[in-house]
Design a protein around this ligand. Sequence first.
Ligand SMILES: Cc1cc2nc3c(=O)[nH]c(=O)nc-3n(C[C@H](O)[C@H](O)[C@H](O)COP(=O)(O)O)c2cc1C
Length: 211
Amino acid sequence: MNLLDTLKWRYATKKFDPTKKVDQKLVDQIIEAAWLAPTSSGLQPFRIIQITNQELKEKIVPIAFNQQQVAEASHLLVFAAWDNYTSHRIDNIYKHTTEGRGQTPDRYKDYTDRLKKAYLNRPSEANFEHAARQAYIAFAFAIAMAAELRIDSTPMEGFDSDALDKLLGLNDMELKSVTILPLGYRDEANDWLVNLKKVRHPKEEFLIEFK
Ligand SMILES: Cc1cc2nc3c(=O)[nH]c(=O)nc-3n(C[C@H](O)[C@H](O)[C@H](O)COP(=O)(O)O)c2cc1C
């Protein structure tokens, strides 16, 4: 199947079969797809938290406005962005880059100085929003990779991020949750959405062309 068939197969699963667990090796591939996502300046300014603990998933249900997918899914991934950019965070990824490529440590100094000048002089909220946008790209990669593996998922931002950050201690990690992604297998008999048509804006309205 090609990517378009995969994207037509997936849907925002409303009901998972809680008895079906996803093989960790497959979840690792989903995480790897997110890890490979492009990010602005390569900063990769977010982390993924994987939750399989049932008690913890159940604690997140009320935080996610009682959306049961959170507890019924096999795995729950939380995408959490850096709460701000710092000199250390910028230097750290470029240290990995120069070491990984066998380059001199100052190879990207002019570039990172420019990044620091732009990012370290603006409010943390602007930096978090920028980091969160990078997390969304990886989120999309994870959704597509899950579908490629015929694993169901529900993209979700319907949750109280402050409450989730508190529960998971994300503030101490200088992170803020952005999105969550329950992963599992659909309960075909009980999911109201599974057989409904996928609806989008008409393509002729969606694409604006300048010829
Ligand atoms: C960023 C984002 C947040 C979403 N939040 C939720 C959510 O909290 N709960 C839910 O059931 N679906 C959620 N959705 C799913 C959308 O409603 C769904 O993707 C959209 O209606 C299109 O349907 P499809 O994904 O089945 O093609 C979210 C989707 C995205 C991309």
